[in-house]
Design a protein around this ligand. Structure first.
Ligand code: TYM
Length: 339
């Protein structure tokens, strides 16, 4: 995708993340790292989606802290309020309004087909409607800002297809209003697996490496990571092709060192602990500047509040405009019957 477009306007990018505390390595590689790189070339909007988070049924007492921690993660990795709008979803009520309006045009069957719905609904005896309607709120997030593109990890592909469907259906029913937003999937990253090597890295599974962890905390996590399951003793030959730890080296370790690790792993001359040590040190080095910036924001939480307040005010200007247009198109301007 190129920006600006033929009219000279910078293309608009929107993306969001659920506040389940500090961001983790999967969030960083699948999303944040790319968001930071886009800020100079695109008109960017970064959201903290607290209204999505409540569908997971967490402790309400923890949510405010989790929002603050995620905001600090955003700022620490380099999201920049001078270049982008950074805000919290529930500060802009137009998100839920638009989601409701999209409910009117979204078939339940489409929602029931979502893989994430099928996975998540298994955890409930009585499935909350919010789990089913989750992708509608996501479509509303994106389309409220008429985003041209959305950078996300591979696990969000289906939700973005749904967003395009919603836009198409709306445009057919009520006239051309929304773009068919382009998904920018981190194909080269794919799905970062958790330390267990079995499931996607995810806060809810407690298998993550947090981006603000210090060197000791990174090591405490990496040390426990599952490697090639066939490799039992230190001098057994290993297969880097099936090792989750080796797959993470690709993002943090230079190419020569990686080639050396691969050769020595296959020959059984480097043990998993040594291989993990190199990875852990490299991750800790890469995250060092984030920790320093996070400490500054932790010391000044009121600055974070100002940034988010300002972001919400700027987001609302755009959101109000879109909602006005949508209300008109859907016939929700009853006063027009009088004047
Ligand atoms: P969430 O909060 O689960 O994840 C935020 C971003 O991080 C990426 N990601 C990963 N990438 C690779 N490997 C992993 N293990 C991994 N875990 C997370 C996700 O792909 C995502 O880009 N439904 C969304 C939040 C959302 C949203 C939106 C996103 C709500 N509205 C509008 C984009 C646009 C979610 O739960 O992401």
């Amino acid at each position: 995708m190129t920006s600006p477009d033929s009219s000279g306007r910078k293309k608009r990018i929107f993306s969001g993340m659920q506040p389940s505390g500090e961001a983790h390595l999967g969030n960083y590689l699948g999303a944040l790292r790319r968001w930071v790189a886009m800020q100079d070339d695109y008109d960017c909007i970064w959201c903290i989606v607290d209204q999505h988070a409540i569908t997971a049924g967490g402790d309400p007492g923890e949510l405010p802290r989790n929002v603050l921690d995620l905001a600090i993660s955003y700022l620490a990795v380099g999201l920049d309020p001078q270049k982008a709008i950074i805000f919290v979803q529930s500060d802009v009520p137009e998100h839920t309004e638009l989601a409701w309006l999209f409910n009117a045009i979204t078939p339940v069957g489409d929602l029931e087909r979502m893989t994430q719905f099928k996975d998540k609904s298994q955890r409930f005896e009585s499935i909350p409607a919010g789990i089913l309607n989750y992708p509608i709120l996501q479509a509303a997030d994106i389309l409220l800002y008429k985003a041209d593109a959305v950078p996300v990890g591979e696990d969000q592909k289906q939700h973005l297809e749904m967003t395009r469907d919603v836009a198409r259906k709306f445009n057919v029913a009520y006239g051309e209003t929304f773009p068919e937003t382009e998904p920018l999937i981190a194909e080269d990253v794919g799905r970062i697996m958790g330390l267990d090597g079995e499931a996607k890295m995810s806060k809810s599974l407690d298998n993550t490496i947090p981006v603000l962890a210090d060197a000791d905390a990174v090591w405490a996590k990496v040390r426990t990571a599952v490697t090639d399951p066939q490799r039992v003793r230190r001098d057994d030959p290993g297969d880097p092709g099936v090792c989750n730890v080796y797959s993470l080296h690709k993002f943090f370790t230079d190419i020569e060192t990686r080639a050396d690790i691969e050769t020595r792993c296959r020959a059984g001359t480097i043990g998993c602990v040594d291989c993990k040590r190199i990875l852990s040190d490299n991750i800790a080095d890469a995250f060092e500047p984030f920790r320093e910036r996070a400490a500054e924001f932790h010391a000044k939480p009121e600055l974070v509040r100002e940034i988010l307040d300002d972001g919400a005010a700027r987001a609302r200007v755009i959101a109000r405009q879109t909602i006005g247009e949508v209300r008109d198109r859907m016939g929700l301007d009853w006063r027009s019957a009088i004047s």
